[in-house]
Design a protein around this ligand. Structure first.
Ligand SMILES: NC(=O)c1ccc[n+]([C@@H]2O[C@H](COP(=O)([O-])OP(=O)(O)OC[C@H]3O[C@@H](n4cnc5c(N)ncnc54)[C@H](OP(=O)(O)O)[C@@H]3O)[C@@H](O)[C@H]2O)c1
Length: 329
């Protein structure tokens, strides 16, 4: 299987380094010729969980240069969500007949690209693996895996074949319920990650305040209502996706045990002045909630607040929690 990885960041770089090391036929695409030249001279290195790995010689070029190259059987789209939507249609033209575009972003990207390009082209995926240190040097922080599946659900031969092709690089799992897996992660991204980023706190930090608890539960419950109203069956991830009736404290403790002390990745985006994926997380839940008639006032307030932080109008701060409660009404 001829494989192109587009986006050589934390996730793409980690998969690429481990895959090339294991002799998987992988080519790499960067946004610019300049980034490609940097990687060509630096090579790739990975450390952390899964052990160290190094690749000296990489086949890498700016993405548009592949327009005239041989076609690919599999393209792993590993850019951030907004870039994925932009470049997805171009990448579909680089695929061999019956080739697959595997989208591994959080949130609704695989669904959106599948609607545009067709569900025979797009396969969805979810991961929890890496964090980039600097270009060409990746660190895998979790013993994670890449979970893939058909956007429309079910198990297909092509998902099994793609899993087989990437297995030398990374632990692969196939799910018959991709939408359920995506929503399980979205439930936690919308609440744990985004609220922590806005409040400039870990989840354990903001759950120590009454405002933090209220914002968390409202966001989680709204997002779960959207998932259920769209007919999705969220899968168990860290906890049962449906909180228990009555006392939720033990359920919250389970989430805290895994995510309580992690600095939210969106907070890192704020600090670096980078665009966040908010439109594909709380923004996606807001858009779908409005379509299916579920109240999404808290998700909408969170999305608007994240945009204001991106624009430099306000800063992440614990005071944002009270602002959210006021704004969501
Ligand atoms: N990191 C993780 O462990 C992890 C876990 C779960 C989910 N995810 C999801 O996986 C996706 C990728 O995350 P990441 O952490 O790997 O992001 P990242 O480190 O920012 O990497 C994205 C890479 O894509 C490149 N890129 C952007 N547009 C491109 C284009 N048109 N053509 C080629 N390359 C392009 C970026 O280059 P520039 O720097 O030039 O923009 C960057 O190197 C995100 O949706 C994220 O939410 C990541």
């Amino acid at each position: 299987m001829r494989i192109l990885i587009v986006g050589v960041g934390a996730l793409g770089g980690t998969i690429a380094t481990r895959g090339i090391n294991a002799s998987v036929p992988i080519w790499l695409a960067t946004r610019s010729a300049q980034s490609a030249a940097v990687l060509r001279s630096s090579g790739l290195r990975v450390s952390g969980v899964g052990g160290p790995g190094e690749v000296r010689s990489v086949r890498v070029a700016a993405v548009e240069e592949y327009a005239t190259a041989d076609k690919f059987d599999l393209i792993v789209l590993a850019t951030k969500a907004h870039d994925a939507l932009e470049i997805g249609p171009f990448l579909a033209r680089l695929l061999a007949p019956r080739g697959t575009l595997l989208c591994i972003q959080n949130g609704g990207v695989s669904q959106m690209l599948s609607e545009r390009l067709g569900d025979r082209v797009v396969l969805g995926g979810l991961s929890n693996l890496g964090a980039m240190v600097e270009p060409g040097v990746y660190e895998q922080r979790n013993a994670g895996h890449l979970l893939i599946g058909e956007v429309a659900g079910g198990i297909s031969d092509r998902a099994m074949n793609v899993a087989e092709a990437l297995r030398p690089a990374i632990e692969m799992r196939v799910t018959a319920n991709l939408a359920g897996a995506i929503w399980s992660k979205l439930l936690l991204n919308c609440s744990v990650t985004t609220i922590g980023a806005l409040a400039n706190q870990t989840m354990r930090g903001y759950m120590a305040s009454a405002a933090g608890q209220q914002v968390f539960h409202r966001t989680y419950d709204e997002t779960l209502s959207v998932a259920l109203a769209t007919g999705t069956r969220p899968e168990r991830m860290i906890v049962d996706p449906v909180p228990p009736e009555g006392d939720r404290a033990p359920w919250i403790d389970q989430i805290l045990a895994t995510y309580g002390d992690i600095k939210p990745s969106m907070l890192q985006d704020f600090e670096r002045g980078r665009r966040t994926e908010i439109d594909f997380i709380n923004g996606y839940a807001t858009e779908l909630g409005r379509k299916v008639g579920v109240g999404v006032a808290m998700n909408a307030a969170i999305t608007a607040m994240a945009h204001r932080i991106e624009a430099g109008e306000i800063r992440p701060d614990p005071a944002r929690l009270d602002d959210l409660l006021r704004q969501a009404g």
